[in-house]
Design a protein around this ligand. Structure first.
Ligand code: TYM
Length: 345
């Protein structure tokens, strides 16, 4: 019996990275489970508490939470099959975070790289290291412990994520092992990382960076709700290179072209090597046209589903209430066990 579990932050409309790295992959996994009659629990959630780790416009965040919830369903998650909910509606996440923070070394949190990039610090910065560090919020530093709590609260066995989250899942396993050992319990499953089949999707404007919700340049990313006209425009403006000749996949010397190939292979659900013979004699312009048209086709279902869903707040509220109820049942049962194990009940 497996439990597949993952989450996504609601800060900004989902982009191609979130889609291929997460939500479409979750939907593919769900489909496989349904078709093959696999006995597996599925839980997907909006990690809204995580969004508080960086400054937000709270009014806007409230809207974004709903948009994210609608997007999740629009991307193909079936709320009848999967439990879909908001993290903030389940107080057990924060309660478990406190317990698990008492099993987490500062040293290992210091080695995590994401909080540093979000605080604009170098990846080798440490707590003792720099004057700017005093301003880093405890929540941002402790973010991976909340993420571990999310996963362990449901005793997940598999966590499908993009590569950028795998460090946090390594930490999750370490925390689970520390807890199991110190409580002599073996209570937590040691969750496995399920990496998305697609490679990391990079910024269309600067392929040295990943495509990111927090990038202020809207031309660096394509949203799942983007119109065909915008998709064509943004793909057409994608930064590539001046290398002449055949189209090649070469992430180091040709990161922009390689990113377009990554996107195309994600759309087509095929390996990049399989694409090359089809596109190697294309011009860059022809490649861009092909990528744009295939994206337009692929995103047409999620974007029209989203347009319908977002008009129906009542329905979305009903779904999230249902999801909260189902999730809370598991969460409260597991938290009770944890509390017993640490002598609190
Ligand atoms: P978040 O919201 O940054 O991203 C959600 C998912 O999208 C993937 N992703 C990408 N994949 C490929 N290319 C990209 N450019 C790209 N950008 C984002 C991420 O790998 C992720 O799978 N901390 C998490 C949310 C979270 C979570 C959890 C996830 C909180 N608790 C528990 C799993 C389990 C986050 O900020 O993801």
């Amino acid at each position: 019996n497996s439990t597949i579990f993952s989450g996504i932050q609601p800060t900004g409309m989902f982009h191609l990275g979130n889609y291929f790295g997460a939500t479409r992959n979750w939907s593919d996994l769900s489909e496989k489970i349904k078709n093959e009659n696999i006995n597996s629990k599925l839980l997907f959630f909006i990690a809204d508490l995580h969004s508080l780790t960086v400054p937000q416009d709270y009014k806007q965040l409230q809207e974004q939470r709903l948009e994210a919830f609608a997007s999740l369903i629009a991307c193909g998650i079936d709320p009848e099959q999967a439990t879909v909910f908001y993290q903030s509606q389940i107080p057990e996440h924060s309660q478990l975070q406190w317990i698990l923070s008492c099993f987490t070394g500062i040293g290992i949190l210091n080695r995590m790289t994401q909080w540093k990039s979000k605080a604009n610090l170098k990846s080798n910065a440490t707590i003792e290291g720099s004057g700017e560090l005093g301003k880093v919020k405890l929540g941002l530093f402790a973010y991976p412990v909340l993420m571990a709590s999310d996963v362990l609260l449901y005793n997940a066995t598999h966590v499908p994520v993009g590569l950028d989250q795998s460090q946090h899942l390594e930490l999750t396993r370490e925390i689970a092992e520390a807890f199991n050992k110190q409580t002599k319990s073996g209570f937590f499953n040691i969750p496995k990382t399920l990496l998305a089949p697609s490679k990391k999707i990079l910024s269309l404007k600067n392929p040295a960076k990943k495509m990111s919700k927090s990038d202020p340049d809207v031309n660096s990313k394509i949203f799942i709700t983007e119109s065909p006209k915008e998709i064509r425009k943004k793909i057409n403006k994608t930064v590539t290179d001046s290398i002449e000749g055949k189209i090649t996949f070469d992430p180091i010397n040709r990161p922009g072209i390689s990113n377009l190939l990554t996107i195309l292979s994600a759309v087509e659900r095929c390996r990049i090597e399989e694409l090359i013979p089809k596109v190697e004699n294309f011009s860059k312009k022809e490649l861009k046209e092909l990528v744009a048209e295939s994206l337009i086709k692929d995103l047409s279902v999620p974007s029209s589903k989203y347009a319908e869903l977002i008009k129906n707040r009542e329905y979305l509220d009903k779904l999230s209430k249902q999801g909260t109820e189902k999730a809370r049942e598991i969460a409260s049962k597991n938290l009770k066990e944890v509390m017993k194990l640490v002598g609190m009940a």
